[in-house]
Design a protein around this ligand. Structure first.
Ligand code: PLP
Length: 422
C-alpha cells in the first residue's frame, strides 16, 4: 500500500466489533480474561491480546500498526510524549556504565535528557558533528550502545550526513536511532536509508493541531539478527530477562526492540498514552501527508519572501537553493520538500524583539507543527535570563527569530511579517 492509503486504513478491521467506520476508542483500563488458561497464555506470550492498558490498548495498537507501516518498520510502540519515546529508545539498550553518542544538533529537551538525566543514571553522552560525522568513528568504544541524531533538527534546521553515520554504525555494530519528528513520516523514512530505530514526538506534525501529546518508537525488520550478531554489546536481548521469568527476546518471533520496551520499560515506568490521545492521533494521521506538503510549500514561499527582504540578514531554510543543506533535502525528502521550520536573522536584538511584539497572525509559542503559524525568539523569551555572552555560548543567537509555518494562506503570513519587519 502507498503511504496515503496506509495512513487511512492500516491496522483496522471494520468487520470486527459493530462495523464502526471510525476507529472506536477503547477507553478501558483492563480486559476480562476468558478463563485462567487464557490469562496464563497471555502472560506467557503464547497468545497475544490486551491485559492492561499500561501495556497494550486496542486503539493505541491500531495507531502503532499504522505508524509502523508508514515508516516502513516491523513494529511500533506508543508513549505518552516524545520525551518518553526518546528515553525508552535509549534506556532499552543502555544502562549504567554504557555510553551513547548524540548529534551536536538536537532538540533542547533531548539534550537535557541525555546530558543531565541519563548521566544521573550512569549513562555517559558523547557528542559528534552530524554535518559530516568526521569525529563519529573515534568516539565509538565497547560500551557504546547507540548513535542518536535527528533527520531534520529542531531548532538548527540541519540535515545530517545520514549515509556516513549509518555506514560507520554498521561497521561497528552500533544501533542507530533517528528522531524524525520535524521531517515527519510523510516526507522521510529513515529505515529505508538503513537506520535501525525511529522515534517521533507525535505532538508536532502528527497531531498537527496542538491537541495531543504523544511519542512513538518504530523498529526496522531484522533487529533480532542484529542483536545476535552483536551479542556482546546487546546481551540484554540475547540472555534471559530475570524480570520476565527468564525470557530471551531474540528467541521470540516478535519484533524485539518494541517487545522489550513493552515488557519491561513500559510495564515498569508506565509512560503510556491515554486511549483518547491515540484516537486523536489516528484522526490527524489521516491527513499528515496533505498537511506536511502544504506546510512545506507555505514555508518555501515565506522563506523566499524573507530572503528578499532588506531588513533580513540571513534565512535558514533547507528548501532554499542558497541553503547549505539544500542538496540533502532534495536527495532525502519526498519531492525535496523541507517541512515547516524557518529561522532568520535581523540586524539587532531590539529588531528581533520588535518583530515578536508586532506580529498579529503568528502566535508566540514554544511548539512546532501546528496548523497555526508560530513564532519564537528564544533570546527574549525562554532564554531571557541569560546575558548576551551566555546566550551565544548556549548557541542562542540574539538576532535569530524562528518560525513554524502553519496552514494559513501564505499571502496573509507574508503580509503579517511585512508589517512586523517594517
Ligand atoms: C518536541 C520534540 C520532542 C519532544 O516531544 P514531546 O512530545 O514534547 O515530549 C522530541 N524531539 C523533537 C525533535 C521535538 O521537536
Amino acid at each position: 500500500m502507498e503511504k496515503e492509503t496506509i495512513a487511512i486504513h492500516a491496522g483496522y478491521n471494520k468487520k470486527q466489533g459493530n462495523g464502526e467506520m471510525a476507529v472506536p476508542i477503547s477507553q478501558t483500563t483492563a480486559y476480562a480474561f476468558r478463563d485462567s488458561e487464557h490469562a496464563a497464555n497471555l502472560f506467557a506470550l503464547k497468545e497475544l491480546g490486551p491485559i492492561y492498558t499500561r501495556l497494550t490498548n486496542p486503539t493505541t495498537d491500531i495507531l502503532e500498526q499504522r505508524f509502523a507501516q508508514l515508516e516502513g518498520g516491523a513494529a511500533a510502540i506508543c508513549t505518552s510524549s516524545g520525551q518518553a519515546a526518546s528515553f525508552f529508545a535509549v534506556a532499552n539498550v543502555a544502562e549504567a556504565g554504557d555510553n551513547i553518542i548524540i548529534s551536536d544538533k538536537l532538540y533542547g529537551g533531548s539534550v537535557s535528557l541525555f546530558t543531565y538525566t541519563c548521566k544521573r543514571f550512569g549513562i555517559e553522552t558523547k557528542i559528534f558533528n552530524s554535518d559530516d560525522a568526521s569525529n563519529l568513528e573515534e568516539l565509538i568504544d565497547d560500551k557504546t550502545k547507540a548513535i542518536y541524531f535527528e533527520s531534520l533538527s529542531n531548532p538548527q534546521i540541519a540535515i545530517p550526513a545520514l549515509e556516513k553515520i549509518v555506514e560507520i554504525a554498521k561497521k561497528h555494530g552500533v544501533l542507530t536511532i533517528c528522531d524524525n519528528t520535524v521531517a515527519s513520516a510523510a516526507l522521510f523514512n529513515p529505515i529505508s536509508w538503513g537506520v535501525d530505530v525511529v522515534v517521533h514526538s507525535t505532538s508536532k506534525y502528527t497531531s498537527g493541531q496542538g491537541t495531543a501529546l504523544g511519542g512513538i518508537i518504530v523498529e526496522r525488520d531484522g533487529l533480532a539478527e542484529f542483536f545476535k550478531a552483536n551479542s556482546n554489546r546487546y546481551s540484554h536481548f540475547t540472555t534471559p530477562d530475570e524480570s520476565y521469568h527468564g525470557l530471551v527476546y531474540t528467541d521470540v518471533p516478535l519484533p524485539n526492540f518494541c517487545l522489550r520496551i513493552r515488557l519491561s520499560l513500559l510495564r515498569d515506568i508506565g509512560a503510556t498514552p491515554a486511549p483518547f490521545n491515540s484516537w486523536l492521533l489516528i484522526q490527524t494521521l489521516e491527513t499528515l501527508g496533505l498537511r506536511v506538503d502544504k506546510h512545506s510549500d507555505n514555508a518555501l514561499e515565506v522563506a523566499k519572501f524573507l530572503e528578499s527582504h532588506p531588513k533580513v540578514k540571513a534565512v535558514n531554510y533547507p528548501g532554499l537553493k542558497s541553503n547549505k543543506y539544500y542538496d540533502r533535502a532534495q536527495k532525502y525528502f519526498k519531492n525535496g520538500k523541507a517541512s515547516g521550520l524557518i529561522s532568520f536573522d535581523v540586524e539587532s536584538f531590539e529588531d528581533a524583539k520588535k518583530v515578536i511584539d508586532s506580529v498579529k497572525l503568528f502566535s508566540v509559542v514554544v511548539n512546532i507543527g501546528d496548523s497555526k503559524s508560530l513564532i519564537t525568539h528564544p533570546a527574549s523569551t525562554t532564554h531571557s535570563q541569560m546575558t548576551e555572552e551566555e546566550l551565544l555560548k548556549a548557541g542562542v543567537n540574539p538576532v535569530t527569530v524562528r518560525l513554524s509555518i502553519g496552514l494559513e494562506n501564505p499571502i496573509d503570513l507574508i503580509e503579517d511579517l511585512t508589517q512586523a519587519l517594517n
